[in-house]
Write a protein that binds this ligand. Structure first.
Ligand SMILES: [Zn+2]
Length: 469
């Protein structure tokens, strides 16, 4: 776990942790797995206590002294604390990001309110405090101190799983039988030997059965030469990916949008029915959560993965620059989408780009996203009005007109080696820098730009508006 999060320097081989999941545990006698059930119950209750502690009163600390009453051994308690630390850390950082996005959105709202450019029906963003996470699934992330994998002398199965139990020094032995595809995944194709399996394992209980997940590490060297040509990637809904050389990959429009509409209709009908049944006093009316909705999300993600793969295949030999989407940019890029689709899928695109790049040893670098879609690629002028609609970019000053996504992807490509922009610490600083560059551009090309007298008024007004930056 620790290694996966360690950041490698640019150009260094990256450690990729790969999981081999869905290894079903089948004990010859049922009582063995009953012992595991019992253990899991106590374990999860304890883990939950630490999750709550680390999300509220204390900062997550893997070395924290045990402080709750439990039957579990000290080793098991440490495992529970570590698992709780992981959950609390990601909850805290997701919450902090969401809160920052909210502050951003709030600032943008106030900005637009002051300018008088609020869209009809726009609401002031509100912050709703997050709930503390509750452990709903039975999942134990164990280390070698409590769960060990050992090769047996017998050859009818691959491993013994040795699990420490509630009873002092008593271990549970569960045979692990691997399917052919598990064995294939755990074999290094280069040497034909079994890979080194990581000592931490995960035990999950789903649908009444216990499953084991193993993992191994692979070092993937970066293959891209440092002087490889740069391709900028803009992410969106109409086109999942637009590259700075003008290519487009994948779309949410068409089939996926039709499916989403149908799903929304279905949910609406269900909600109506539910209300109606509730009025009549029916207990436990059908839930409005939709299985087709989950299927749709999976499907959208598959389409995204396909688009990213195709882009990487076609753009072989290049390196990539892409932007990390914040809620603010997502909102901007997907105005007509419902919040759920937006949050769950648009954000999947940069994640998939990063994962694909790491896996294949391709250089892909995240760059700042601030104003990438409002900035003119030619003269650097930044203005929301440069975007008369979602698809079009038309610069208010130099008149540069192109597809909005293409303009953005070119800005993103240019930001890869832009050290000055990288050091900006806020959106305001980014805007100020771009506007300074715009001033330089104007000075350089002023002679070339002919201002007819009628337009001088317009010219002056756009200049006053640039003074903000
Ligand atoms: Zn321009």
């Amino acid at each position: 776990m620790k290694n996966r999060k360690k950041r490698t320097k640019k150009g260094e081989p990256q450690r990729v942790t790969k999981a081999v999941t869905h290894i079903r545990l089948e004990a010859p006698n049922a009582s063995k797995l009953c012992t595991l059930d019992q253990l899991a119950q106590i374990y999860l209750a304890l883990c939950q206590q630490y999750v709550t502690l680390f999300c509220t009163d204390e900062l997550p600390d893997s070395f924290r002294a045990p402080c709750f009453q439990t039957e579990l051994s000290e080793r098991w308690q440490r495992v529970a604390i570590q698992q709780a630390v992981g959950i609390a850390k990601s909850w805290r950082s997701n919450r902090a990001n969401a809160h920052r996005d909210y502050l951003d959105a709030f600032a943008e709202y106030k900005e637009q309110e002051a300018e008088g450019t609020l869209e009809a029906g726009a609401k002031e963003p509100e912050w709703r405090e997050w709930d503390i996470p509750t452990l709903q699934q039975t999942c134990i992330q164990a280390n070698a101190n409590v769960v060990k994998l050992e090769a047996p002398h017998d050859s009818t199965f691959e491993y013994w799983l040795m699990i420490s139990t509630l009873e002092f020094r008593k271990q549970l032995f569960v045979p692990v039988k691997l399917a052919d595809y598990h064995i294939e995944a755990l074999t290094d194709p280069k040497t034909g030997k079994r890979r080194r399996i990581n000592s931490s394992v995960a035990l999950n209980k789903r649908d009444g059965a216990w499953w084991l997940a193993l993992s191994y590490d692979e070092m993937v060297p970066v293959q891209t030469p440092p002087d490889a040509p740069v391709i900028g990637i803009d992410v969106g809904i109409a086109n999942f990916i637009t590259t700075s050389d003008g290519k487009q990959y994948g779309t949410f429009n068409g089939k996926l949008r039709e499916r989403q509409k149908r799903d929304r209709e279905k949910r609406r009908r269900k909600a109506k029915l539910r209300k109606c049944l509730e009025k009549k006093g029916v207990k436990n009316p059908p839930s409005t959560s939709s299985a087709t909705g989950h299927r749709l999300i999976r499907h959208v993600r598959q389409e995204i993965n396909r688009a990213v793969n195709l882009c990487f295949t076609e753009q072989e030999g290049r390196q990539f620059a892409y932007e990390q989407l914040s809620v603010r940019t997502m909102r901007h890029k997907a105005r007509a989408m419902n919040a759920y689709m937006r949050a769950s899928n648009l954000g999947h695109i940069p994640n998939q780009i990063a994962w694909n790049a790491t896996k294949q040893g391709i250089a892909a670098t995240r760059v700042k996203s601030a104003y990438s879609s409002q900035q003119c690629h030619v003269c650097h002028y930044v203005d929301r009005k440069n975007r008369p609609n979602q698809q079009t970019f038309c610069c208010k000053v130099c008149g540069h007109t192109t597809h909005a996504d293409l303009n953005a992807s070119k800005n993103i490509a240019a930001r890869l080696y832009d050290e000055e922009l990288r050091t900006c610490t806020s959106r305001d600083e980014v805007k100020a820098l771009l506007m300074r560059r715009h001033e330089h551009w104007k000075q350089k090309f002023r002679i070339a730009v002919v201002d007819p007298p009628i337009q001088s008024g317009l010219w002056a007004s756009s200049e006053t508006s640039t003074d903000v930056g």
